[in-house]
Design a protein around this ligand. Structure first.
Ligand SMILES: Cc1cc2nc3c(=O)[nH]c(=O)nc-3n(C[C@H](O)[C@H](O)[C@H](O)COP(=O)(O)OP(=O)(O)OC[C@H]3O[C@@H](n4cnc5c(N)ncnc54)[C@H](O)[C@@H]3O)c2cc1C
Length: 433
């Protein structure tokens, strides 16, 4: 092994335990119960929780409902869309991550009745529960951008890193072409809550970096259309990104929300306080409005007065227990909490749900709480990233204080994303991190 590979392997091992925040193994103490537990969603949060509950409970009947056969490692999409990994890098089989002791229903959940404590699947099967954990992630609403369709991704300068690994790969082909030819690169984010709010920013930085590496930045204009008056929800990070955007020569426009796209004319229309504005593009990374999946949005579980129309589950932000249905919990992107739509957040939320749920079964009070931990390796160029970690109070909460400075563009933070994150994510899926 070369020194370089040796060094990378060592760092990967050293960082692996903490790439999503410090390591947190499953509890050992087992609790006997005949409780029926239903988990909706076998993604990052659902698979991790299924493993932890199976390890923790003796005799529980645990059922996980999810139609998706492919497990998608979504943090890998940015690397695929940057030509650094193939589409297969993010794909595995859902069943590979689930423990044998858990019943799997390979269907979507179609209806939730929290009064009757039942979930009805797409085929009409009714599953009753004593405890329900909603971990259904969120839904990409491409149809809310007039003229947009996932079938357009990879054509006419239209990319979208979010839709799937294949869409990310098609986006890379468009970005590669664009950074050869030059023109206007148009980047934006939706006005809704979204998963990994750093991803739109990363991809803008990466496109700029490729144009520079190819010597074509001079014939490339980069426009970033922010949905609000800021670029990122954490003020100190927003300030840093604003400075970097200025240094990199991006044309930042605020309070611009994409509402329509015309692939023929290669023009996107944005709603702004001054009315609609058209921006022509040669390449764009479309990021759609997002919401909770329909089954959640149309159930009695969402907040009535927060994230209206987006359908996020009304849970206490610390215990992740539903405010009106105490036997219901939420984890991952679908949880209606003020921060936390990243896999790193799921890693911290899942042990809290485990603790609170198991304590409730045992007739005790849970002790674990979620502090809003969210982490985003904010890539600023190939080989450099800022490891941004923060909590509900917008405090920066670095996992390596004094070692990795959160607001510095570092190679070690890049390694977190490129190498260590996937290993930690996989350990999380198995309930081991
Ligand atoms: C481009 C991109 C980059 C990202 N980068 C990072 C990063 O660098 N770091 C980071 O920590 N996070 C990152 N994330 C975010 C991270 O991937 C998500 O926050 C994480 O996957 C959330 O886990 P989850 O379990 O809530 O949802 P998911 O992992 O999406 O799983 C949700 C599951 O619910 C299922 N489901 C949906 N509807 C139903 C239904 N009706 N019935 C049953 N099942 C249903 C789905 O099929 C899916 O399997 C990124 C995401 C994207 C898209």
């Amino acid at each position: 092994m070369s020194f370089e590979l040796d060094r990378r392997a060592f760092l990967a091992a050293a960082l692996g335990a903490t790439a999503l925040g410090a390591a947190r193994p499953a509890h050992a103490q087992r609790v006997a119960t005949s409780a029926k537990i239903v988990i909706i969603g076998a993604g990052a949060a659902g698979s991790s929780l299924a493993n932890r509950l199976a390890a923790r409970l003796d005799g529980a009947e645990i059922t996980i409902i999810d139609a998706r056969k492919r497990h998608l490692y979504q943090p890998g999409f940015t690397l695929i869309a940057s030509g650094l990994k193939p589409a297969g890098y993010s794909v595995s089989s859902t069943s590979d991550w689930l423990p044998r002791a858990v019943n799997r229903i390979e269907e979507g959940a179609a209806e939730i009745d929290p009064e009757a404590k039942t979930v009805t699947t797409d085929s009409g099967t009714q599953v009753s529960y004593d405890y329900l954990v909603v971990a259904a992630g969120l839904k990409l609403n491409y149809d809310q951008i007039e003229g947009m369709d996932v079938g357009l991704i990879g054509k006419d300068g239209i990319g979208s890193v979010y839709a799937s690994p294949e869409a990310a790969e098609a986006t890379w082909r468009e970005m590669d072409r664009f950074t050869d030819e030059g023109g206007v690169g148009l980047f934006s984010r939706p006005a809704t809550e979204m998963k990994c709010a750093g991803a739109p920013l990363k991809y803008t930085f990466l496109t700029d970096d490729y144009a520079r590496r190819k010597g074509n930045r001079g014939k490339t204009e980069i426009i970033y259309a922010a949905h609000s008056k800021s670029l990122f929800g954490v003020p100190i990070v927003n300030e840093k990104v604003r400075m970097l955007y200025g240094e990199r020569g991006f044309d930042t426009r605020y309070e611009h929300v994409m509402k329509a796209i015309d692939p023929g004319r290669k023009v996107a229309t944005f709603a702004t306080p001054e009315g609609d504005r058209e921006i022509p593009f040669d390449f764009t990374n479309v990021i759609p409005p997002m919401s909770a999946p329909d089954v959640i949005r149309n159930s009695p579980l969402p907040w009535a007065d927060k994230w209206v129309g987006q359908g996020y589950v009304e849970v206490d932000q610390y215990t992740l227990r539903h405010n009106r249905y105490p036997e219901v919990f939420a984890a991952g992107d679908v949880a209606g909490v003020p921060k936390g739509k990243t896999a790193a957040s799921a890693k911290w939320q899942v042990p809290v749900v485990e603790d609170q749920l198991v304590a409730q079964i045992a007739g005790q009070e849970g002790t674990e709480t979620y502090n809003g931990y969210t982490s985003c390796p904010l890539i600023t160029r190939v080989g450099r990233a800022m490891l941004i970690e923060f909590d509900y109070k917008n405090n920066l909460v670095p996992s390596f204080p004094g070692v990795i400075a959160p607001l510095e563009e570092l190679w070690v933070s890049w390694l977190m994303k490129e190498i260590a994150l996937k290993a930690t994510y996989n350990a999380m899926l198995r309930g081991r991190a």
